[in-house]
Design a protein around this ligand. Structure first.
Ligand code: PAF
Length: 283
């Protein structure tokens, strides 16, 4: 695997591959790679001749009181894992390389970015949209692979790519879970040994609500309230928990068929998010 830290060097490699007629798949990450990322890379390998991975802990998507400074940085281990998994190129830019001057341009996906995580973390999705837009302009891949665990992020990026006519195909990749159901996340490492066994309750609550909906229940509010109470009693501090339409992430009505249940909660100092999406049509 070749590692580059500058945009010029990245473009040089990409240009050589393009001249040789290779297709390119791109996996943007913030590092501290786990099985969820490896699944993205494995899928990317099957989709294109060359796989580019970026590791960049993007300061603009963290709020002032969030974990930017303490976000786990494990580049050496990540680099070994990427090599072992057949990554062709690692782009590892500094903050100065990505943001050489204060940016006067904003990339902001209205509406979608203000819901759910966007309401709890104002500006977060503007930071994500901006950095992914910049990375797409640098790498110019044929395919962009993103995890479905960050369902709202995926929706925001899909919308940005559609609105800005960015010539890339986006592929969402299914969430990878621990044996007990906890969605893989770089932030799981923040959980204490007391909190870790409680964390899968989040996915259990999602499944309970989904199963009730699939059995015909349409009182989404009561279903979610019941499960929220159980989670709160177990020590979670709920950010949101809602049955939504998967198309625009607005609250679902009884008529909607394609649904996603979105959840975010804090357990101690760790903020966990998860989701489950399904169609009522298939029952
Ligand atoms: O999901 C992430 O790791 C980040 O939000 C992303 C897409 C790499 C942008 O910084």
């Amino acid at each position: 695997m070749h590692t580059v830290t500058t945009i010029d060097a990245l473009r040089h490699s990409i240009q050589q591959w393009r001249q040789a007629g290779h297709s390119i798949a791109f996996v943007p990450t913030m590092g501290n790679l786990h099985a969820g990322h490896f699944k993205l890379i494995e899928t990317a390998r099957q989709q294109a001749d060359k796989v580019v991975v970026s590791i960049f802990v993007n300061p603009t998507q963290f709020g002032p009181n969030e974990d930017f400074a303490s976000y786990p940085r494990t580049e050496r281990q990540d680099s070994q894992n990427l090599t072992a998994r057949g990554t062709d190129l690692l782009f590892l830019p500094s903050v100065a390389e990505m943001y050489p001057r204060p940016s006067q341009t904003r990339v902001s996906v209205g509406g979608l970015s203000t819901l759910h995580c966007g309401a709890i973390r104002p500006g977060h999705f503007d930071g994500v949209a901006m950095v992914v837009c910049k990375l797409l302009n640098m790498v110019q891949p044929d395919r962009l692979l993103l995890g479905e665990k960050d369902f709202q992020q995926l929706a925001v990026i899909r919308r940005m790519v559609a609105d800005l006519n960015i010539p890339v195909e986006i592929q969402g990749v299914a969430t990878v879970r621990e044996a007990d159901g906890l969605a893989m996340s770089s932030r799981n490492g923040y959980l204490s040994s007391q909190e870790r066994p409680l964390a899968p309750l989040l996915y259990q609550a999602l499944r309970t609500v989904r199963d009730a909906v699939l059995q015909g229940s349409q009182d989404y509010h009561t279903l979610v309230d019941q499960q929220s109470r159980i989670l709160t009693q177990s020590g979670f501090l709920m950010d949101y928990f809602q049955v939504c339409r998967s198309i625009d992430l607005l609250p679902a009505t009884a008529e909607d068929q394609d649904l996603v249940i979105l959840i975010a909660a804090k357990l101690g100092k760790t903020r966990l998010i998860d989701n489950i999406y399904f169609s009522r049509q298939n029952v």
